[in-house]
Structures are given as structure tokens and as C-alpha cells.
Design a protein around this ligand. Sequence first.
Ligand code: URP
Ligand code: ZN
Ligand code: ZN
Length: 455
Amino acid sequence: MSLLLIKNGLIVDTEWTRHSDILVDGAKIIRIAPHIDENKLPSGTNVIHADGLCVLPGLIDAHTHYHLVSRGTVTADSFEEGSKLAAFGGVTTVVDFADDNKMSLLDSLSSRRKEMSAMAIDYALHQGVYKYRAEIEDEMAEIKAAGCGTLKIFTTYRDVGYLVENRDELKAIFKSAKDLGLMITIHCEDDKLIQEIGSSWKGSYRPIDHASLRPAEVEAAAIRYVGEIAEEVGTSIYIVHLSSKKGLEAVRELRSKGVTVNVETTPHYLFLDKSKLEGADGALYVMTPPLRTKEDNEALQEALLEGEIQVVATDHCSFTREQKLSSDDCRTIYPGIPGTEELLPLINTFAHTSGKLSLSQIVNLLSTRPAKLFGLYPEKGALKEGSDADIVLFNPEWSWTLSADTLHSAAHYTAYEGFPVTGKVVMTYLRGRLVMGDDIYLGIKGDGKFIRARR
Ligand code: URP
Ligand code: ZN
Ligand code: ZN
């Protein structure tokens, strides 16, 4: 493979920002220097002039559900479609999920890995644990050895068999995770409270009712519950898709007691509120946890600016309009929305409007932090000599409008239709190979690699 030289871009890494050239040999960055003379490189070197553009490490969407088979259906974006929309969004690695088949974690992980071999961008996996069993620690050791660094725990979804109900069993899982060095990620909504609210509910079940049936208190209660177990065990936790101010307050309480709580939120909890659930197409905006109030949006935005949130990921879980609108009952509407492709433009726009978030901090939230937390760093999440040449050329000033017509999800809708945004991905390289350039997709099915977590 010939060399690739990216010249004169503004290189934005979490640690520094400066004008530099980047030299890539095959899949790796081999040199970063203020001036690399192309005349001294072998003929055939591919030279890209990045004047006026920012050069970012490939983004990591640390929370995706591509090709999720659940509730008797499958999500809209397959691995190929997910890879494509990710490349358009500057995302070169996703961390997706392996469901627990309740036979063996290794079996679950291996079969998800096999399915994901259709990916055109890189991927790692969080492994769900939905049931305690005597051998669970051995199973966890096996997945760790196989390159999985994270567990996914639910405090809800009893109806679909995801909930580990018994506290002692959950504590045993936390303890084993700590001993093995596995990160525990948790979806926090208290199932018992949800049941209680549901059983005394006299209202309807329209999309807007979803917000009342799973209120913010439910999230806060679950965060306190898992936080208490983490404190007893002496382990850290990672809360996925934090959605509310009450949940944030619960995180603050835990932190004040010395518990290490890593927090992920998503663009929809930052920028969308539950009024979206009120329209005729309210079902399109149903996800779990539900959208909250503007006050919640603002509390999370403030927390992001204050450094209280470690990662922004998307929980990309797309269904077509037809799938979403096939029910108007919030108990049966397929939950989830697309989001990977919109991630960077939305966060960059927030950075512009707030004036308080640098591109370097965005790189941290969307690339370096998830890489470090999930054991992918510095292969991923950095522009360093020796890192994978996952490189995004980004125009941070390009104004455009988010629309299903220009985005690439097979859902054929975006929850941000008509949102004016600033910042567009111009080129995306995966391990030195162009996968998206000038609005043309060049990804190859099967080129994605499983990235082993080193935790
Ligand atoms: O509604 C959502 N978020 N669907 C995806 C599954 C989950 O809970 O993350
Ligand atoms: Zn979840
Ligand atoms: Zn999810």
C-alpha cells in the first residue's frame, strides 16, 4: 500500500491542536510533523491538501444497536447501512451490543461477532448479562480473554427478559466484573417503580404518556440502586443514556460519596424534549428512557459544559417510519431512533452556540474518552504516531440542515428534521483507507475489524 500524506490541516486531538502534516503507512499513522516534504517521499504517495479543514481522530459511537433483532422485528439499519451512515458522520468505530443468550456469554459474543463481520467500519462489543448463573464469573473471564471489556446490565425490561432482579445476584456480577477488570455499563430505570406507576395508571397510552409512565424519578432511583451496589463492591460504573436532571442529581450524590460514575448522554436528551411526543407522528420520537423537559435538556447541557458527562454516544436504534407508526400505543411502539450520523454536527453546533466547548473537548467526548474507557486507546481515539489511521477531515463552519433527504439511515427519517447545523464531515479514513469522500461512500462490506478491548 502506498503512503498517504495529509497536509496543512488543523490537527485536533484531545491533548493538542496545531497545524501539522500526517503521514500514514498502510493502516497506521507513522509521523506527525509541522512540515513533511512530499518531494522526499516515494512517488505514488497520495497527497491530500487539508487547508482550511480540521483533522480529527475517527469518532467512536460507544452505544449503537445496528441490526438489532428484538420484539419480533429487526431494526432498520443493517450492519452495512450502519457502517455507511457512520462513515458519513465521521464515525470509524462503534461499540455495539451482544445479547445474553443465557447459555454462555462467549457463545453470545461469538455469534454477535460473526454477524458483525459484515461491518465496513471497526467495532467492539459490550456483552449483555441478563441472568445470574453459578458459572457467570468463568463466563465473564472467557469473554474478557476474547476481547470484550464491558458488560451491559439492565435495571428494567423484565418483559423481554433483560432484568437481573435479585440484588445479591447483581452484586455478585458487579464483584466478578471488578475482579476481572470489566467495565459495568447500565441502563438505569427502576422496573418495580415502572410497574407500580403502570398498575395505578388511569390514563391513555399515547406516545406522550410514555414520558409519564417512565418518569425521571424512575431513572434516579435506579442510579441510586446500582450506585449503592457499586459502592459496596468498590467498583466504578458507567451509566448509559442519562436523560434527566433528577438522574444527574443522583449521579452527583454518588460522586460526593466517592463512587466513580462515568456518564454517557445522547444528543436526543440534550436537544429534544417531550413536546415531540405530542404530534401526530409522536411515535417517531419514542425511545427508552423517554424524552424529558426543556429543563432536563438544559441541566444536561450545563453538565456537559461543566465536565460532568464523560461520553456522548447515540443509542442508535433505528426503525422505519412504518415500523414506528405501526402502533400508537407507547407500550408497543418499537423504542429507539437513529442518531450516529447526526452526532458530530449536533455537538459541534452546540459548541458554536454555547461558545463554551472547544473542538478538542468534542474529540474527547466523542472519541478519546470512549476509547480510553472501553480499552481501545491509543489504537483508537487519538492522532498519534502508531495509532490506527482513522482520520476525519471536518469543516467546522459548514452550515447545512439535517434532513432525512441528505442523511443515510434506512429509517428514512431523522428526529432532527430541519435542524440547522454547523460542521460537516468531508472525508473519513478507516485505517488509512478512504471510506467516505465528497459525499461518496467507499466502504467495503467485511472490511470492518473487531477491536479487542484491552482493559
Ligand atoms: O429505546 C431504546 N433506547 N432502544 C434501545 C435499547 C436501549 O434501551 O438502549
Ligand atoms: Zn438502554
Ligand atoms: Zn441502547
